[in-house]
Design a protein around this ligand. Structure first.
Ligand code: NAD
Length: 269
């Protein structure tokens, strides 16, 4: 057996349980793209903290199943609505309606994103607009929708899910890279204005996280070799690893953290 093959592999299921943050108990949390992948790990992790979670997603099947799974454990069933985040009025209406039911949101996680591959010479203005609408624009308008409620609460925490892909000069998705790089700009560009109201805003940049989609599309033998060559740590990243960082940033333990990018990539280079 090669050294690489002998390395342990972590998944969402064998990752250790996260820490408990008392400040998250009873907090209201809104997650975009919360039905599967990292978003679902976020919804589950916040629910386990005793938070009231609302999310939007475009896919009903896995979103319904997630809510059922959480309710079956005895935790409050998350609020969820089918919503394509490209539709900004629909996204903002979802935030408003969820807040009307649960109360103003203390936490927003801008998680939705899509790393569809594209070649430079195939990108049309329409394709560009659509990718940016998912990977960047939705985050801005979700922030716009939650901030009045956070101001009423006197504090808040916004976490924007970025990516290490553009840092690493990963080829194959330049529009995604451009949009994800701008998430950092948005974080820093809003931090001072929001900070005056004790609303913190940070970026969490995941490395290669083994969601179902990543495993199915990219984790072939070459992908496995790439992972083992580039990560400093041997374990595959699980969605729960990203959720742990987000929980910390959402909690009062991170009261002094804003305007930063927190990387969860097992030391990829
Ligand atoms: N998985 C990784 O390796 C990785 C690496 C770096 C960054 N990220 C980022 O993490 C975030 C989550 O990624 P993931 O890997 O969990 O993705 P995923 O594709 O596994 O899940 C994305 C979720 O968003 C939903 N969604 C997609 N388009 C939508 C739309 N238009 N409107 C509403 N919902 C929509 C999907 O139904 C799905 O539930 C994204 O911002 C992604 O760019 C992921």
């Amino acid at each position: 057996m090669s050294d690489a093959a002998a390395r342990p592999k972590a998944s969402a299921t064998d990752a250790p349980a996260e820490s408990t943050y008392p400040s998250l108990h009873g907090r209201r949390v809104f997650v975009t793209g919360g039905g599967s992948g990292i978003g679902a790990a976020l919804v589950e992790a916040f629910a386990r903290q005793g938070a009231r979670v609302a999310f939007v997603d475009i896919e009903a099947g896995h979103s319904d199943a997630l809510c059922e799974r959480i309710a079956q454990t005895g935790l409050p069933r998350p609020w969820w609505r089918r919503c394509d985040v490209i539709d900004v009025p629909a996204l903002q209406a979802a935030v408003r309606d969820a807040a009307a039911e649960l109360g103003d949101f203390h936490v927003l996680v801008n998680n939705v994103g899509s790393d569809d591959r594209h070649a430079l010479d195939e990108v049309t203005p329409e394709y560009w607009d659509r990718r940016v609408a998912i990977n960047q624009r939705a985050a801005f308008f979700a922030v716009q929708a939650v901030v009045p409620g956070m101001r009423r609460l006197g504090a808040g925490s916004i976490v924007n899910i970025g990516s290490t892909g553009w840092h690493n000069k990963t080829p194959g998705y330049p529009v995604y890279s451009a949009a994800k790089a701008s998430v950092n700009g948005m974080t820093r560009g809003l931090a001072r204005e929001l900070g005056a109201d004790r609303i913190r805003i940070n970026t969490v940049a995941p490395g290669w996280v083994m969601t179902q989609r990543q495993i199915e599309l990219w984790l072939d033998e070459a992908g496995e070799r790439e992972l083992q060559r580039n990560q400093c740590l041997p374990d595959r990243l699980a969605p729960a690893d990203v959720a742990r960082m987000v929980l910390f940033l959402a909690s009062d333990d991170a009261r002094a953290c804003t305007a930063q990018e927190f990387v969860v990539d097992a030391g990829w280079s």
